[in-house]
Write a protein that binds this ligand. Structure first.
Ligand code: ZN
Length: 204
């Protein structure tokens, strides 16, 4: 695989003031300052669906903006007090929602470690794919994920194609997302990059 540098990445989306131009912005209070704004060096892929295994509703927006009603679903009783967020959500139809500007620290990874470095929220960008561990993601989602990652690589040269991973890899035993149906090989092909082996080990 040829070595590529970020400056040759073709960006199709712009990022201004930490916001992706195609995103619908829905600000989450669940963020704070990064310890070092110049160290944005990891992309973490997740999956989420709320209620679990249901798509298209307002649950994720509500969770990330602390407006989840615990009476709406039995599972919400467990999670409505969580204070979490991610930078981006890519919905099943490819819509992108941004909750936290990239320069700020979103609260997506929790206890985590990447190549020996802990507290991955400090230096990572979290991207949620609307989905589950039990079924494939959509082509629209992969397409938007690819163009979004290219835009991020272009805007933040401290990111690299080699430092993209899944939540399950940085919080093993505690997290299982994005799960076995996330096609790392598809992403590798789209980005024309060899992703780290550990990212791909769960591929189905
Ligand atoms: Zn996750």
């Amino acid at each position: 695989m040829p070595k590529t540098t970020n400056k040759h990445v073709k960006a199709t989306h712009a990022i201004n003031k930490g916001i992706l131009d195609i995103a619908r912005v829905n600000p989450s209070p669940n963020h704070d300052e990064r310890p070092n704004q110049d160290d944005i060096s990891l992309i973490v892929i997740h999956n989420i669906s709320l209620p679990p295994n249901e798509f298209g509703g307002d649950g994720i927006d509500q969770l990330f903006t602390n407006t989840l009603d615990k009476n709406d679903h039995p599972f919400y009783e467990e999670i409505h007090e969580l204070r979490v967020s991610s930078h981006l959500l890519i919905r099943r139809d490819g819509e992108v929602i941004q909750y936290v500007p990239f320069e700020k620290r979103a609260w997506h990874a929790g206890e985590s470690s990447y190549l020996g470095r802990t507290v991955c929220n400090d230096f990572s960008i979290g991207i949620e794919m609307e989905g589950t561990d039990f079924e494939p993601f959509t082509d629209a989602q992969y397409q938007v994920l690819e163009t979004t990652i290219n835009a991020l690589l272009k805007r933040y040269p401290t990111l690299s194609k080699q430092n993209i991973t899944g939540h399950e890899n940085i919080s093993p035993g505690r997290k299982t997302d994005p799960g076995p149906y996330f096609k790392w090989q598809k992403l590798e092909k789209a980005l024309d990059a060899a992703l780290p082996a550990e990212a791909c080990k769960g591929d189905k």
